[in-house]
Ligand binder design. Sequence first.
Ligand SMILES: [Zn+2]
Length: 378
Amino acid sequence: MRVKYTVNIYLFLFALVLLFPNCKDSKTKSKVFVEERQKSYSRIRYRIDSHAHIGYDGFDRAIRIMDLAGIRRLVNLSGGIPGYDFEIMQALANTTKNRIVNFVNLNWYYIDHPEIFQRVNIRNLNRAKEMGAKGLKIFKSLGLGIRFYDGRLMRVDEEILDPIWKECGRLGLPVAIHSADPVAFFKPPTIDNERYIELLAHPNWSYYGKDYPTFEELIHQFENLVKKHPETTFIGVHFGNYAENPDFVGEMLDKYPNYYIDIAARVPEFGRHNAKKMHDFFIRYQDRILFGTDIGVYSDSLWLGSKGFEPEPSDEDAVEFYRKHYKYFETGVTQMEHMTPVQGDWKIDAIDLPDEVLEKLYYRNAEKILKITLFGEE
Ligand SMILES: [Zn+2]
């Protein structure tokens, strides 16, 4: 009887808490919790994620993940095309008080009429810049997907694009460019391909055979482009589009002062190299590398660097995805699980960078190259 009475009292108190929660108190508590979590994740408090893709329905969700993961600002490279969706993406970015900013994309419709193509895109670049675009993003479709009427693939260094790169230089808009793809996607998609599982999940990511250029040919076109336009700032995304070969990436950084790279979706790949070698790379090129993850945020879907057959990731998975980046750069642990398991079944050794280098990687380089600030005072 007494036990029952006590239980009832507890039930009554519990119901009271449910009915009249002290909102202020619980909010403070969750804030403290978030701050504690961030601190335990990283030596540096805030970062700029300079490589993300946010759908028009993903802005609120992205802000929630950013708050949990210590991302102060984020660059949406899928800002779209002026006259189609760029204006809407800018309005959505404004609702985040510009914690999320946009890059603009090209309109490829008129490539068979070069003068019209150039005029439309140069006008769009100017409009986008006025509206607040922070740069231009070129997807891997340039070189692998955009075709002229006669079926020929447009080259990365195609001449009809020259006026567009020049205009970006004149406007001070950096060009983030994805050329080619992992080397394994250019090899036969058979069971001995080291990215077999990823290719099974995305068969159209295989560029083996057909009339696709080789990986080497695409990288050659890409280098030629960076070399041809020293007045334009280029960011070679995905670790300079060649995470398998840091020596090549370092040589390009040495040769072209207008060239920068990001690390998006390639920590698992370059993390396979010896930790000392990668540590030295990040020290040597500490002024040239941007932090970015390639996270994709939509209301019903998340991309964490890539995607396989696993169930849809949660916001907490996204925070863990970020946390593994911090672990790689900020600790010296060996044989850690990497952040995008579908990319390959291997472990990586973390590279323990000093604080000054981390600050450059996490936000100072982005502030300089993208002309944004960590706290959005621009
Ligand atoms: Zn991307």
